[in-house]
Design a protein around this ligand. Structure first.
Ligand SMILES: [Mg+2]
Length: 170
């Protein structure tokens, strides 16, 4: 039940994503949430280790795109720092948000992973698209009040992976 809300994988942060292992399973593109995934909530500062992670991903042939429901000025600023494309006011979990990102990076759903800290936007949307979903722990507990109270309590019910990546047939 609620399988559509379960991520394929849970990690602490993007830094813990097993990029090499995913590459062996032909997943080379990453659709990245912004708030609490790549930056702290509503902050334009990106930690140096996260910039380095994106740089390494690109150097090794990987692709990345930020997809955020946040406004353009903010999403664009962070995308510029990371030098990757972006989709703002995306309307996650709607599928069109992710389709726009796939167009930006020129990737297919089966070679793309959706990475984010929220079950009801990132994980649900990625699962609706049939993409591998990776749930990260929020970078910072400070976030929009409504998200904190309502969604986080619901997320607690589903915050476990539906299967391990090793057992996934790709
Ligand atoms: Mg987020």
């Amino acid at each position: 039940m609620f399988k559509i809300l379960h991520p394929d994988m849970c990690v602490n942060s993007v830094l813990d994503i097993p990029v090499e292992e995913l590459r062996q399973n032909r997943i080379t593109s990453f659709i990245l949430d912004l708030d609490n995934t790549m930056t702290e909530w509503n902050s334009n500062e990106v930690r140096p280790e996260i910039i380095a992670w994106v740089d390494k991903l690109k150097e090794t042939g990987g692709k990345a795109c930020i997809v955020s429901n946040n406004k353009e000025s903010r999403v664009k600023a962070v995308a510029h720092i990371l030098d990757i494309p972006y989709v703002c006011r995306a309307g996650k979990p709607l599928r069109r948000a992710f389709r726009r990102a796939l167009e930006q990076v020129g990737s297919l759903p089966e070679e793309t992973s959706v990475v984010g800290d929220q079950v009801f936007t990132d994980v649900l949307g990625g699962n609706l698209m049939g993409m591998l979903t990776i749930l990260v722990s929020p970078l910072n507990p400070r976030e929009f009040f409504g998200t904190r109270i309502f969604l986080r309590n619901l997320e607690r019910l589903v915050r476990r992976p539906k299967m391990k990546i090793e057992s996934r047939t790709l």
